[in-house]
Write a protein that binds this ligand. Structure first.
Ligand code: TYD
Ligand code: MG
Length: 457
């Protein structure tokens, strides 16, 4: 390499994969056109410690375990996803599409924390202090003072945090932060990695909790939050349909708690409000006695959520029938239609089919299969599945209905909301031991195949 020329490498913007040459498709995350050329950064994290700083390893049996100290945010949905509050000294990544409400959520968390007397510093690289104030005014009065800083130079941020020692720091968007000594532009893979590792050292060094916002980027030269997932303690994604007002906060990684928990929020004019009972919420405005609409129960972490599955099946006018699946797996729907065609002898190949999981949730659980099949049959035959019915179960390739996990929680949730009939896999029904009062007058109907489903419909 010519002298004086800085060494460059190619990085995948989506996942951070490194390569010496440009590639069209990333071998790690299979995304296309994500490679960008960047100077190689000598990170301080890679330095070898001097012999005098070496520490003796300790014996596993002698390590004392103290429970981690947690700060309760007061927003229950957020506390649960975090595993029971904010762990002091942890670095949390909050990812999501631009405009989904990440800044709003974190500002509300700050509002609740300062009300409890915690000290909070909110660093924004995207908005001016005035803009944050305007958003804060929409959320209502702040009881105590919170510190604001509009800054993109990470060294200044680090210096401020070391001086003020707040308990919680928010970095609103890691993609805007930069360190001068790194040659590349803010938002590049090298910059976001280096700034995140500097923040990690800061969090561990001062035992303060730091929240980092990361925008999910579709294309361009800005690195996405997936690049950082392996560096931080906890990864939360905030998602939802831009047009609907529901927002889901999903835990993807958590060193201090379980993942797969979700928090449900609704975006209102005065900020996000918690949805304590998502099932009732998801079934709002559901049509009664209409063909093609079936209720099912999906597990989100440890939480059962009832959702409505809609299907519309009609004669096709084209050579290739049209099919869409909103909120669930398109290939799974095609597979289930093939199963119906083969096992029930219905000519699905001549029909257009549209499947929709109402409410803007995305569900990929196999337990939804039975509801999809029921909705398709109901729409095809113009049959009403009957108000107050719910069904769940996995459907196999030979048309058998297979058991699903956590059947008891699903049945109880349906009973709690007053459903009258629950169609479930026979195997699950046999294992259930529920009392009459628990069932709340709901009948359980165990089925083995989709033939039996057709009969009970
Ligand atoms: P924001 O938190 O700025 O999103 P992000 O930080 O993820 O980019 O939220 C932006 C959207 O939320 C914006 O379209 C306006 C809407 N919003 C409300 O509907 N109600 C509110 O009270 C607030 C503060 C924002
Ligand atoms: Mg924002």
């Amino acid at each position: 390499m010519a002298k004086g020329k800085t060494k460059t490498m190619f990085f995948c913007n989506a996942c951070g994969y490194e390569s010496a040459k440009w590639l069209g498709q990333c071998p790690a995350c299979k995304e296309w056109n994500t490679f960008v050329e960047e100077p190689v950064v000598k990170t301080s994290a890679g330095k070898v410690t001097k012999p005098s700083e070496r520490r003796e390893p300790s014996k596993l049996s002698e390590v004392s375990v103290t429970n981690e100290i947690r700060m309760i945010t007061g927003i229950h949905e957020l506390d649960r996803v975090l595993g029971g509050g904010i762990v002091t000294g942890s670095l949390v990544l909050v990812g999501g599409d631009p405009g989904i409400g990440k800044s709003t959520l974190l500002l509300q968390m700050c509002q609740s924390l300062v009300a409890d007397g915690h000290s909070v510093l909110y660093v924004s690289g995207e908005e001016s202090v005035r803009q944050i104030k305007m958003r804060a005014d929409r959320l209502g009065a702040f009881k105590n003072e919170m510190l604001l800083l509009s800054e993109t130079d990470l060294d200044i941020v680090v210096e401020t945090v070391q001086r003020l020692k707040p308990e919680v720091v928010i970095i609103d968007s890691i993609q805007t932060m930069y360190r001068e000594e790194i040659g590349s532009a803010p938002g590049s893979v090298g910059q976001v990695r280096e700034t995140t590792s500097a923040l990690m050292r800061l969090a561990k060094g001062l035992t303060i909790s730091i929240f980092v916002v990361g925008h999910v980027t579709k294309e361009g030269v800005v690195a996405g939050p997936r690049v950082l997932e392996h560096m931080v303690d906890t990864v939360l994604y905030f998602e939802g349909d831009g047009s609907a007002s529901y927002r889901f906060l999903r835990g993807v990684k958590n060193r201090f708690g379980s993942t797969n928990e979700i928090g449900v929020f609704e975006m209102r004019g005065n900020g996000l409000s918690e949805v304590a009972n998502p099932s009732e919420y998801m079934l709002q405005g559901m049509p009664e006695n209409e063909a093609g609409s079936v209720v099912s129960c999906s597990m989100e972490g440890t939480r059962p959520i009832l959702i409505e599955v809609q299907a519309l099946v009609c004669q096709t006018n084209f050579n290739m029938p049209r099919r869409t699946a909103a909120g669930t797996d398109y290939n799974r729907v095609n597979l289930l239609m093939a199963v119906i065609e083969k096992r029930l002898g219905i000519r699905m190949g001549e029909c257009d089919a549209y499947i929709n999981v109402a409410g803007g949730m995305r569900i990929h659980e196999p337990a939804l299969d039975l509801a999809i099949v029921a909705a398709l049959l109901s729409s095809y035959r113009n049959l009403v599945s009957g108000a107050g019915s719910i069904c769940f179960g996995e459907v196999g390739l030979v048309g058998e209905v297979r058991a699903v996990h956590m059947a008891e929680q699903r049945v109880l949730e349906a009973a709690k909301l007053g459903f009258k009939r629950c169609i479930l896999p026979q195997v699950n029904k046999e294992q259930l031991e529920l009392t009459e009062t628990q069932l709340n007058g709901m009948k359980l109907l165990g089925i083995r195949t989709i033939h039996e489903l057709q009969e009970v419909l």
